[in-house]
Design a binder for this molecule. Structure first.
Ligand SMILES: Cc1cc2nc3c(=O)[nH]c(=O)nc-3n(C[C@H](O)[C@H](O)[C@H](O)COP(=O)(O)OP(=O)(O)OC[C@H]3O[C@@H](n4cnc5c(N)ncnc54)[C@H](O)[C@@H]3O)c2cc1C
Length: 358
């Protein structure tokens, strides 16, 4: 009998986890309220990301996920879904020590400090490297297509649209009425109110960005050191650029703030006048103003297996693999987290003495 897993959540973490599970031979039912067909929904974070691979934190767990993901995304460049591009990180202060400690300097290509003579006005230090970017409106459907076309020896993948109240309810939604032993909880911010989880540490980090048309801008840029919001330019493979931004911890506000828009455009123009061919920040061709809530968690993301999750009034216990709370780094961590999820699902079936099908 093929082993069957319910993945709850169809953001980048749920989809990538489902992909790796299917590649390991598991049949997967993906249950979610918001799906790839809902790219305008602010009910989930994944459509609203930049999205680039650019590490900004440093701990062994997330570094591991980001390393795996960097290598995997790099291998996807020939598909056209991922683009490799030069990146310049500027700082309003002397960041020499910070730059020295960048854990990923040997992972990415071309990492080097920018000579002072090449820094824009008002910038105190900087570093350049080659990084990766992708466009979620193209990449999420690409993941979904891989899943829908999954064929033996890979497991079969089906999608169910449903908002669920609890993990127990999710366990009962496998296609074909299969009784599952394992549920992956990739609900992002949903983990805060989901029955059986109710994680009070989960919190949003509000982000506001401008999507602009600028196929001639092919350098990723960012400025660190503003106290009231970040400044970044992420060129995407589709010729658009995302200009950001802000990280408002605890804010559930989904509306666009015009004062923030002005700040974003002015700051981006300052380091990259090419955005409007030098015609001023007001002339940057804005396509859309977007707001998304990054699914964060105080103390860091939760990725662990709860092996004794009781359902049916205690008559049966299943494993729940929690995979949520990655905040601002879901794309750049996605494959590493998904491998970790799949290892924990394997561990569950290994404990049951059945091992992986493949
Ligand atoms: C402005 C902005 C810029 C960003 N830039 C980057 C970047 O450059 N690089 C990067 O790596 N990351 C970036 N991110 C972060 C990235 O978008 C997130 O980390 C990632 O999308 C999180 O994915 P997820 O699958 O965990 O959650 P989500 O995408 O939020 O998905 C959650 C899923 O769970 C479902 N769900 C929740 N509750 C329930 C329920 N009760 N019943 C059924 N379904 C439920 C939802 O419908 C959805 O399908 C950015 C985010 C924003 C907002």
């Amino acid at each position: 009998m093929p082993k069957h897993v319910v993945v709850l959540g169809s953001g980048v973490i749920g989809l990538t986890s489902a992909l790796v599970l299917s590649q390991r031979g598991y049949d997967v039912t993906i249950v979610a309220r918001d799906h790839v067909t809902d790219l305008d929904s602010q009910g989930f974070a994944s459509p609203w990301a930049g999205a680039n691979w650019h590490s900004f934190w440093d701990n062994p767990r997330t570094n591991g996920w980001e390393t795996v993901t960097y290598r995997k995304l790099k291998s996807l460049i020939p598909t056209g879904m991922v683009m490799q591009l030069p990146s310049k990180r500027y700082y309003l202060y002397d960041a020499a020590e910070e730059i020295d400690k960048c854990w990923y300097k040997d992972l990415v290509d071309d990492f080097k400090p920018i000579p002072k003579s090449e820094l824009p006005d008002g910038i105190a230090s900087g570093v350049s490297m080659t990084i990766l970017s992708l466009a979620p409106p193209l990449y999420l459907p690409y993941l979904q297509n891989l899943l829908l076309n999954s064929k033996a020896p890979h497991g079969k993948v089906t999608f169910v649209r449903q908002k669920v109240e609890s993990l127990e309810q999710a366990a009962g939604l496998a296609t074909g009425g299969v009784q599952v032993e394992c549920v992956v909880n990739a609900t992002g911010l949903g983990a805060k109110s989901l029955g059986g989880c109710m994680d009070e540490l989960v919190e949003p980090i509000r982000g506001q960005v401008c999507l602009v048309r600028a196929p001639h801008v092919r350098t990723d840029m960012g400025v660190g050191g503003y106290t009231d919001g970040s400044c970044y330019i992420i060129p995407r493979p589709d010729g658009n650029c995302v200009l950001g931004g802000c990280q408002e911890v605890g804010s559930w506000d989904l509306s666009v703030h015009p004062d923030r828009t002005e700040k974003i455009l002015k700051r981006a123009y300052k380091i990259c006048p090419e955005l409007s061919h030098g015609q001023g920040w007001e002339k940057i061709p804005v396509l859309k103003h977007n707001v998304g809530l990054r699914p964060s968690r105080k103390g860091g993301p939760r990725l662990e297996r709860q092996g004794d999750f009781q359902i049916e009034g205690g008559k049966r216990s299943i494993s729940v693999v929690h995979a949520y709370g990655i905040g601002p780094a879901g794309y750049q961590s996605s494959y590493g987290m998904a491998e970790n999820v799949a290892n924990l699902v394997d561990e569950h079936f290994g404990e049951k003495g059945r091992g992986s099908k493949l």
